[in-house]
Design a protein around this ligand. Structure first.
Ligand SMILES: Cc1cc2nc3c(=O)[nH]c(=O)nc-3n(C[C@H](O)[C@H](O)[C@H](O)COP(=O)(O)OP(=O)(O)OC[C@H]3O[C@@H](n4cnc5c(N)ncnc54)[C@H](O)[C@@H]3O)c2cc1C
Length: 478
C-alpha cells in the first residue's frame, strides 16, 4: 500500500474535468490489491472516516473530488487479469485502474470489440463502470452496463463481494444477498427510470440483477476492484465518415434519416464546434456550418456500404465534395483524434478562464429530439453566451457547453442550464445520460425523481454503507 501525505501530491487528486473547486483530503491511499482495499475500508468504517474513490479523474461531475477524509486511488489496481475467447466474442477481466486505452488494445489483440468506447481514453475501467459511461458507438451497442458480466467489489465495511450476472436477482423491488458474514435485505427505489440513455442515480427496475445496482453507483456503494466484460467479435471492417453541411437544420434532418440506416454511431457538431476544430485543422471546409460524424460496419464489401450511404449523402445541404471518409485504422484514428479535440479544447479553455464550464448531459426520447434542439438553439441565440453544442445526436443526447467569461455570465449559464434540465424532464428525458450526478448535479436528481425518489435511493445507501463513509456528497447532497 502506498500512502501520500505530501500536500503537493494530494492536490493532484482534488480535481477532475468539472472544475469543481474547494476539494481537500488528509491523505491518499493507493492499495495494490483487493485485500488492501478491504483493509483501508475496514479501518475507515470503524473510525467513520469518509473515503472518496478516485479513478483517472476525467469525470465531469466532481465525483472523485474529496471534501475531507481520505482518497482511495485505484491507480495501482492495473492488471488485465484474463482474456477468454468464446463462441462469438469473448470476456476480458480487468482491474479498476486499467486505462480504457489499454483495455481497448487488449481487445484488439484478441479480435474483440470494445463496443461503447467512451471518448476519453485515459479514463479507468472502474470509473467507466461506476458512472455507466457510454460513447459514440453506444448508439448501436448501448452503455457500459450492457457488457458488465461480473465484478469484484469491496463494500463499506471491508467485506469482499464477487458478483456474476444472473446469480442474484431482486424479487420485484426487494433484494437479498450475503457478503462474507453479513446478510443484506432492502427495498430498491420505486421510481420509473427515463426511457433514454441514463446515468442518473441508482438503477432500479423489477427483478433486476444485483450487478446493475453497482454499475453507475458513482463510488457511493462500494469500491469496484475489478470487472469482467462480455464483448462481441470485432467487425470485419468499419466505415467512418465526417459529413459537412451548409446549414444546421440539414444536418439534423440527415441525422434523423441516418438513424433508420442503423449505423454504429451518429455524432453532431454545431457551427461553433467547427470553429474550434478549424483552429487546429484548417482543412475543415470553409462553407460548413455543421457536421455529422458516423460509423458503420462493413458487412459485405466497402462498395456496399458506400452505396448504402451514398444516397443519404446526396441529400440537400450536404457538402458532398468535402465529405471525409475513412476505411482503415490510421485514417479512423485521425478522425477520432479530431472528435476528441473538441471536448479537450473546451475543458482547456474553461481551465484557463478560471470559471467552470457549464454543460448539460441530457437525453430525451427520440420523438422529442427536435423540440429539445430548437429549445437549446432559441435560448442560446438570445443569451449572447459563448457556447458549443455537440454529441450523440443518434441517441437524442447532446452536450450543450457554455463557457462563461465573467461571474455574471456564469450565473446566466447556470440559469439556462436549469431551464434545459427542466425541459428535458418535461419531455420524459434524463438529467444525466452518461456522466453521472457526482457532486454538481444532486439538485437535478431531485427534480427528476422527487424527494421520495432520493429517499428511496438513500435507503439503499444506508443499507450498504450505514456510516455513510463512501463517496460523500455524490448523488446525495451533504
Ligand atoms: C475530454 C473528455 C471526454 C469525455 N467523453 C466521455 C464520453 O464520451 N462518455 C462518457 O461517458 N464520459 C465521458 N467523459 C467523462 C469521463 O471520462 C467518464 O465519466 C469516465 O467514466 C470517468 O472515469 P475516471 O476513471 O476518470 O473516473 P473518475 O473521474 O476518477 O471518477 C468518476 C466517479 O466514479 C467513481 N469511481 C471511480 N473509480 C471507482 C471504482 N473503482 N469503484 C467505485 N467508484 C469509482 C468516483 O468516485 C467518481 O464518483 C469525458 C471526459 C473528458 C475529459
Amino acid at each position: 500500500m502506498l500512502t501520500k501525505n505530501d500536500p503537493a501530491v494530494i492536490l493532484t487528486y482534488l480535481e477532475d474535468s468539472s472544475n469543481l473547486k474547494g476539494g481537500h483530503a488528509d491523505k491518499v491511499l493507493i492499495p495494490q490489491n483487493i485485500e488492501e482495499v478491504s483493509s483501508v475500508l475496514k479501518e475507515a468504517n470503524s473510525k467513520k472516516i469518509s473515503v472518496t474513490i478516485s479513478g483517472a479523474g476525467t469525470g465531469q461531475a466532481g465525483g472523485r473530488i474529496p471534501f475531507g477524509g481520505l482518497v482511495l486511488s485505484t491507480e495501482k489496481l492495473s492488471l488485465i487479469k484474463q482474456t477468454r475467447k468464446l463462441d462469438k466474442g469473448g470476456c476480458v477481466t480487468a482491474e479498476a485502474g486499467v486505462p480504457i486505452k489499454d483495455l481497448k488494445e487488449e481487445c484488439d489483440r484478441n479480435k474483440l470489440f470494445y463496443t461503447y468506447d467512451p471518448t476519453e481514453q485515459t479514463a479507468f475501467v472502474g470509473g467507466t463502470v461506476a458512472t455507466n459511461a457510454s460513447g459514440a458507438r453506444s448508439f448501436r451497442y448501448g452503455p457500459t452496463r450492457r457488457y458488465v458480466k461480473g465484478m469484484k467489489l469491496v463494500l463499506a465495511d471491508g467485506s469482499i463481494l464477487s458478483l456474476n450476472r444472473g446469480e442474484i436477482k431482486a424479487k420485484g423491488r426487494v433484494i437479498e444477498f450475503r457478503a462474507e458474514k453479513r446478510s443484506y435485505r432492502f427495498d430498491l427505489p420505486k421510481y420509473k427510470m427515463p426511457l433514454t440513455k441514463n446515468s442518473a442515480g441508482y438503477f432500479a427496475e423489477d427483478d433486476m440483477d444485483l450487478v446493475d445496482l453497482f454499475v453507475g453507483q458513482e463510488g457511493t456503494l462500494g469500491v469496484i476492484a475489478e470487472a469482467e466484460f462480455r464483448l462481441p467479435e470485432k467487425p470485419k471492417g468499419l466505415f467512418s465518415c465526417f459529413a459537412f453541411f451548409a446549414d444546421e437544420v440539414s444536418s439534423w434532418d440527415f441525422a434523423q434519416h441516418a438513424r433508420k440506416a442503423g449505423p454504429l454511431s451518429i455524432e453532431y457538431f454545431d457551427n461553433n464546434c467547427l470553429g474550434l476544430l478549424r483552429e487546429k485543422y484548417p482543412n475543415v471546409p470553409v462553407g460548413a456550418r455543421a457536421a455529422i460524424f458516423f460509423e458503420d460496419e462493413i458487412v459485405e464489401s466497402e462498395n456496399t456500404v458506400i452505396g448504402k450511404w451514398g444516397a443519404l449523402l446526396s441529400k440537400k445541404g450536404v457538402l458532398l465534395d468535402n465529405t471525409w471518409v475513412a476505411m482503415n485504422e490510421k485514417a479512423r484514428g485521425d478522425f477520432l483524434e479530431k472528435r476528441r479535440y473538441i471536448p479537450e479544447r473546451m475543458s482547456e479553455m474553461a481551465k484557463r478562464s478560471g470559471l467552470p464550464k457549464v454543460s448539460t448531459d441530457l437525453a430525451v426520447p427520440d420523438n422529442k429530439a427536435s423540440e429539445m434542439m430548437l429549445f437549446y438553439k432559441d435560448n442560446l441565440k438570445n443569451s449572447a453566451l459563448q457556447h458549443f453544442v455537440f454529441g450523440h445526436i443518434g441517441d437524442s443526447h447532446l452536450h450543450v457547453n457554455m463557457l462563461p467569461a465573467d461571474p455574471g455570465a456564469y450565473e446566466k449559464s447556470r440559469k439556462l442550464q436549469l431551464e434545459f434540465v427542466k425541459k428535458s424532464i418535461a419531455l420524459g428525458g434524463t438529467v444525466s445520460a452518461e456522466h453521472g450526478i457526482g457532486k454538481t448535479k444532486t439538485g437535478f436528481l431531485k427534480l427528476l425523481y422527487g424527494e421520495n425518489g432520493v429517499k428511496d435511493m438513500f435507503t439503499v445507501k444506508k443499507a450498504l454503507d450505514p456510516n455513510l463513509i463512501l463517496g460523500r456528497g455524490n448523488i446525495f447532497a451533504v
